[in-house]
Design a protein around this ligand. Structure first.
Ligand code: ZN
Length: 278
């Protein structure tokens, strides 16, 4: 495997061009590994440590090839790029592009781009978190919405990070943890009224929620798109429901009311009956 021997933080999975700085992150941080010794520990998901990764296989929801007639678009990355993963993706036709939702998934993006000969798309707002930036690898998303290839759209929602993205493809919304899937999302129908499906967090392990204006921005970003499926950050975080867009908005209102707001623009928002499902 032609991966670089550059050091990888064992706490967050980020590959650096030099020994990494000390992260103000919880134990067991502050040690490094290399691709040849990638015994990465379980996730340590805490800002400002920019990345975290568990070792999972490429066909898990975390690293998701989205096939299109124009080529495969890979959504988010894991640190470990082993021959099995490379063979699997190449057997599916390789990659047209990689889109990374936010810095927790930057990991070894330079290695992935080189192995598959494709560009990596990230938000310009999160450029400060890139630990390596060789020429010709990264393309920055400048606008709020960009169709990566026909039918696959990167949507900038902000919130969790300033440039946090989701990706819409054929009624599926890949949300990573830009939008957090919560356990009650899986309550079967008939669902009790007022039960939430998603949470909107600035920091997930430190449980710092997003304020109403940030939640409203997320809603306005995704509102024009139809979806009935969300793919979350980990295995088992997929949700499918023809009323899912309404549940997304309902979850936003539940959180905003829980934060003490009786009046806010987000509480006046509605989902069009036609647009709400596909
Ligand atoms: Zn994250």
């Amino acid at each position: 495997m032609s991966t670089s021997p550059l050091p990888i933080c064992t706490a967050c999975g980020t590959q650096y061009s030099s020994p990494p700085p000390h992260h103000p992150s919880p134990p067991p941080a502050k040690s490094v590994s290399t691709p040849a010794n990638s015994s990465l520990p379980p996730a340590n998901h805490g800002q400002p440590c920019p990345n975290y990764k568990k070792r999972t296989k490429t066909n898990s929801p975390k690293t998701r090839p989205n096939p299109t007639p124009q080529g495969n678009i890979l959504w988010d990355l894991i640190t470990l790029l082993d021959p099995e993963t490379v063979d699997f993706i190449k057997s599916k036709g390789g990659l047209k592009a990689i889109v990374i939702s936010h810095p927790h998934y930057y990991t070894t993006y330079v290695e992935w781009a080189r192995v598959f000969g494709c560009e990596v798309l990230v938000s310009k707002e999160d450029r400060e978190w890139l630990c390596r930036e060789p020429e010709g690898v990264v393309r920055f998303l400048e606008g709020e919405v960009e169709e990566v290839v026909r039918g696959v759209t990167a949507i900038k929602t902000g919130g969790h990070f300033r440039g946090s993205l989701v990706l819409c493809w054929e009624g599926r919304l890949c949300i990573a943890d830009t939008i957090v899937t919560v356990p009650s999302a899986y309550t079967p129908h008939p669902r009790p009224p007022g039960q939430t499906s998603y949470s909107f967090q600035w920091s997930i392990p430190n449980m710092i929620p997003l304020p109403p204006d940030d939640i409203l921005r997320i809603w306005r970003a995704i509102k024009p798109f139809k979806f009935d499926t969300t793919h979350g950050a980990f295995v088992g975080m997929d949700v499918r429901d023809k009323g899912l867009k309404r549940r997304m908005l309902e979850s936003m209102k539940i959180q905003v009311r829980g934060e003490g707001w009786d009046k806010h623009e987000i509480l006046e928002e509605v989902v069009d009956e036609v647009e709400g499902s596909i």
